[in-house]
Design a protein around this ligand. Structure first.
Ligand code: PEP
Ligand code: MG
Length: 961
């Protein structure tokens, strides 16, 4: 935010004309060390390009991008000209706001100015007041009425509610969770009476002193019959001053037009907001991202407004990444007021027009060309992260031997071989050319060659996946818009290469913004075509392919590369970037080439010839010391394979130690559909059903029927009635947000409202889950457990909610357990044990909270091995407390699937191990191979060990090997 001081404002400036006025402004800037004198020329040039007059007597003179280097420090100078200065076209300026800015900081003040420009009374005061303080306050935005904050995060539609009071609590919680009301205001809202506005629309309000009054909306799945009338949707407002007025006016308008039912019928949050902000626009529309680096500042805004005025139609403009409604695009001020930044999504809607498509085409062309400003490709920084881990890791010099570098599995498989880096081709080319017909011809020619090459490959291809992708690439290349965009650049004097790369980047980067990962990954198809055509245009040859078997290392892999790879030569592919749903991944799966994507830039430091193990099934690769180490690994691999095959054959045998101690080995699942598979791997039930995945699989909270069906299906899939299903109640927050649930913005979400704490914030949601569980309970052996409890008072609050629901189901008793995943829960296990039936240790979280290492940390998480003496000591505390209170303990974190840890956990007294299905046969075989006294000795030694390394060095009798 620019800091505007009283000393930046001059109320009594006097100038004969615009040119002198600008000189005065620059003189003040120079005197203050904001700019060098050369900035003045830039300001004059800017006025010759487009007038900086904004409206209502205000202008914002500023320099050109070429004179940015004359700016020494960003700032503003405000000069008032009482007599008025003719700024051109008869527009008289009383207040000139000179801007010296290197980047887009000035946009903030421009946005604030739009409120002045559209407000006659405020503009008048700005021009006339004798108080510098008042000018300051007007420009700083302190005199604006706050506007009502409306945002889709505050909307929940289609909720299964029984009473209006439930909607009221949900709306109040949503406002509170977003920091838009105080605790007291939340309670007032909850206790306020909602008014029936008619047609199922209800409203409740509370006055707030918050400068951001806001609106939350909750709509019901079906009509709720209340004594005073039917209820469908609640608008819950915190109001300050007149902020709510436009909304009330809009509601009255909808009521007058008999259209209130549109609100109750609309289930899409975006559309609901549009309905409330303005009349639903009916007309053709187009959406495009703004490619201007500085955002839609005054100059491109006036360029756009000028174009819109010429287009002979009503053209509405919206910022889909902003919070305001549509504005008519003829006003520069209103356009600036939409606050477009680089990469924001603009929507143009055309009404009252004979040829809307041509109008939209002209608009999109003008925007994509930058509205007279420089365009800057919209990069992935705007887009959702497709690569979850790797790219954020700090660059490392080299990879350590045997260090596991994690990635994502693009195509499964294991490979042992040597690295060969695929060099990314660099293209250098000039931007401008005078030979427009020549460039156009070169482009057409290259296009023709590429199209022919793709068609030839297609004619020879027999693999279905490859055929589909080649066909799609041919279609993309044939897209007239894509080709026309390039020809458009060429006809403006650019080279074929520059034009082609700009069109490719424009389309690829706008796709990359897409929140749908599948669509976002189509960007790589465009870039692949871009690359192939550039190879032709620049006359470059592909690298010669190696004829020796090797593992390809690349920054990113193109579908066209994978098509060319021979499975007998390319043993695996490892990439720094990329996603698992890319076409390159689909092709690698089809070709049977293991592909590990998203491993981060570190992969690019691997020298050719380095021996590597690429294990896509376990999502990592590692560098080994030598070829002979690779040979040893091959042997070990063969041995492990044989062991696994044996264990798999015996998978249905129980996990009973040599001396007859039995351990229950069960599975972790995230959907009922997995139960059958897990049983096939020898699982004896389900030790952890992560029920949050059921919630995440739906766009709204799953209905009662959907929840009941899921739990029943899981129980029905069990082989016998004695196989248990342990359902963990909703565990979101931390790294698992639920898109439709308002959650507080937190600096440390893992230390915030997650798991049971979130259930306490949304008790009705927990009740609905518990009701569904009770209803499914008669189908088998159902147990329920609660995540993230850290204190007995939390448990008692949860238990109270549970009891309320249990009262509705007399005669049904469920065993209740809790996750031990916070150190305080382990340390206080003796207190908890008196009130629960079992414990399940979540070692994943217990490790992150005990060792203070974020489990998702791109670098540190590797250090967080759960087989740490500190974790084992907490497990022991838990088991001892459980034994004293006659309850049992299981472990459902990843540690349970570690063969050495499984023995130690058994030795500590754990009676159930729950893990992902593939580990089950091996863990069962491991337990069958030992004696419980061996396990106890090992556990004792592990508890006394000083580090993870010391534990891993123990042999199975507890002696350091
Ligand atoms: C755990 O924390 O160990 C656990 C099993 O829960 P989740 O991994 O789902 O957080
Ligand atoms: Mg956990």
């Amino acid at each position: 935010m620019l800091e505007l001081k009283s000393s930046d404002i001059r109320l009594d400036a006097d100038a004969a004309d615009k040119s002198v006025a600008i000189s005065l402004i620059v003189a003040d800037m120079v005197a203050d060390g904001m700019v060098a004198p050369g900035y003045e020329a830039g300001m004059h040039v800017r006025e010759t390009q487009t007038s900086t007059y904004l409206g209502n007597g205000i202008a914002i003179p500023h320099g050109t991008p070429e004179t940015k280097d004359q700016v020494l420090k960003t700032g503003i100078k405000v000069l008032r000209f009482k007599q008025g200065i003719d700024w051109g076209d008869g527009q008289i300026v009383y207040t000139a706001i000179g801007i010296a800015a290197k980047s887009d900081e000035h946009l903030t003040i421009l946005r604030q100015l739009t409120h002045v420009i559209v407000n006659d009374e405020l503009s008048e005061r700005l021009h006339k007041t004798e108080q510098v303080a008042e000018v300051l306050s007007i420009l700083k935005g302190e005199q604006f009425e706050p506007t009502l904050h409306m945002d889709t995060h505050l909307i929940r539609t289609n909720v299964d509610i029984q009473y209006v009071t439930e909607a009221i609590s949900l709306a109040a919680s949503a406002l509170f969770a977003q920091g838009l009301c105080s605790t007291q205001e939340r309670d007032e809202l909850i206790n306020s009476e909602a008014l029936d506005f008619g047609d199922g629309v209800w409203i409740n309000t509370v006055k707030t002193t918050n400068s951001r009054p806001a609106l939350a909306i909750v709509s019901s799945q079906s009509t709720v019959q209340e004594a005073s009338g039917p209820f469908n949707i609640l608008l819950s407002l915190t109001s300050n001053g007149k902020a709510h007025k436009p909304l009330y006016d809009r509601l009255l308008q909808l009521q007058r037009d008999g259209k209130l039912s549109q609100l109750t019928n609309e289930k899409n949050a975006d559309k609901l907001l549009r309905l409330l902000k303005m009349e639903a626009l009916e007309g053709e529309s187009i959406e495009i991202r703004l490619p201007i680096e500085q955002g839609l500042h005054a100059r491109p805004a006036s360029h756009l407004a000028k174009l819109i005025k010429q287009l002979n139609a009503d053209i509405w403009v919206e910022n889909l990444d902003g919070n305001d409604g549509a504005v008519l695009g003829t006003s520069v001020a209103r356009l600036i007021g939409l606050g477009f930044s680089h990469g924001d999504l603009m929507r143009f809607t055309v009404t009252k027009c004979d040829d809307p498509l041509s109008v939209l085409h002209q608009l999109s062309t003008a925007v994509s060309e930058g509205l007279g400003d420089e365009v800057k490709p919209i990069t992935a920084t705007h887009s959702p992260q497709i690569l979850p881990t790797a790219v954020e890791a700090p660059a490392q010099e080299s990879v350590e031997y045997n260090e596991k570098i994690s990635g994502l599995c693009g195509a499964p498989g294991l490979a042992l071989g040597t690295a060969r880096t695929k060099i990314k081709q660099d293209f250098s080319y000039p931007e401008n050319s005078k030979d427009r017909p020549g460039e156009s011809h070169r482009f057409q020619d290259a296009l023709h060659q590429l199209s022919k090459a793709l068609n030839d490959s297609l004619a020879q291809e027999t693999n279905e996946a490859k055929i589909q992708i080649l066909t799609m690439h041919i279609e993309l290349l044939d897209d007239p818009e894509f080709v026309e965009a390039t020809q458009g650049f060429i006809s403006s004097g650019k080279t074929a290469e520059w034009s082609w790369m700009s069109s490719v980047e424009q389309i690829a980067s706008s796709l990359e913004q897409h929140s749908d990962a599948l669509l976002a990954e189509r960007a790589s198809d465009y870039r692949d075509l871009g690359y192939q055509l550039m190879m032709i245009l620049t006359g470059q040859q592909e690298q010669l392919t190696d004829t020796q078997p090797h593992i390809v290392i690349a920054d990113e892999i193109n579908p066209s590369d994978v098509v060319k790879f021979d499975k007998n030569i390319v043993q695996a592919i490892v990439t720094a970037k990329g996603g698992v749903t890319s076409h390159a991944a689909i092709l690698a799966r089809a070709a049977g080439i293991p592909l590990l994507v998203g491993c981060g830039p570190i992969v690019l430091n691997i020298a050719d010839g380095t021996p590597l193990v690429v294990d896509c099934d376990n999502r990592f690769f590692m560098v080994v010391e030598s070829d002979s180490a690779l040979d040893d690994l091959r042997e070990e691999q063969a041995q492990r394979k044989a062991d696994y095959e044996r264990a798999y054959e015996d998978r249905f045998l129980p996990a009973t130690t040599v001396d007859g101690v039995n351990i229950e080995v069960v599975a972790n699942i995230s959907s009922s559909s997995q139960v059958e598979d897990t049983l096939e791997f020898g699982s004896e039930g389900v030790g952890l059903f992560r029920s949050e995945f059921l919630y995440m699989a739906h766009p709204q909270e799953p209905t009662h029927e959907q929840q009941v069906a899921e739990y029943k299906a899981a129980l029905d899939a069990m082989a016998t009635e004695n196989q248990p299903l342990i359902v963990r109640t909703l565990d979101v927050g931390g790294d698992k947000p639920l898109p439709y649930l308002a959650m507080p913005q937190e600096d440390n979400p893992f230390l915030g409202v997650r798991g049971a704490r979130l259930s306490l914030l949304y008790p009705d949601m927990l009740k609905r889950q518990l009701r569904a569980l009770f209803e499914a309970a008669d189908r088998g052996l159902l147990r329920v457990m609660f995540p993230m409890l850290s204190d007995i008072t939390e448990w008692r609050a949860i238990k109270e909610i549970y009891n309320e629901v249990a009262d509705e189901f007399p005669g049904i008793q469920l065993e209740l357990g809790m996750m031990i995943e916070v150190p305080s829960a382990a340390l206080m296990a003796d207190v908890f044990a008196k009130e629960l039936d079992f414990f399940s240790v979540g070692t994943n979280d217990l490790t992150q909270y005990t060792l203070a290492v974020d489990r998702g940390h791109p670098v540190l998480s590797k250090q967080a091995d759960s087989l740490h003496p500190a974790i084992l000591r907490l497990v022991k505390t838990t088991v001892d407390a459980a034994k004293r209170n006659d309850i049992w303990v299981g472990v459902c974190g990843e540690l349970a699937a570690d063969p050495l840890a499984a023995v130690i956990l058994l030795g500590l007294g754990v009676r159930e191990l729950s893990m992902s299905q593939t580990a089950i046969p091996q863990i069962k075989a491991q337990i069958r191979s030992i004696d419980s006294s061996e396990a106890k000795a090992l556990a004792t030694a592990a508890l006394e060990a000083e580090s993870t390394e010391a534990i891993r060095a123990l042999d199975r009798t507890g002696v350091t090997a």
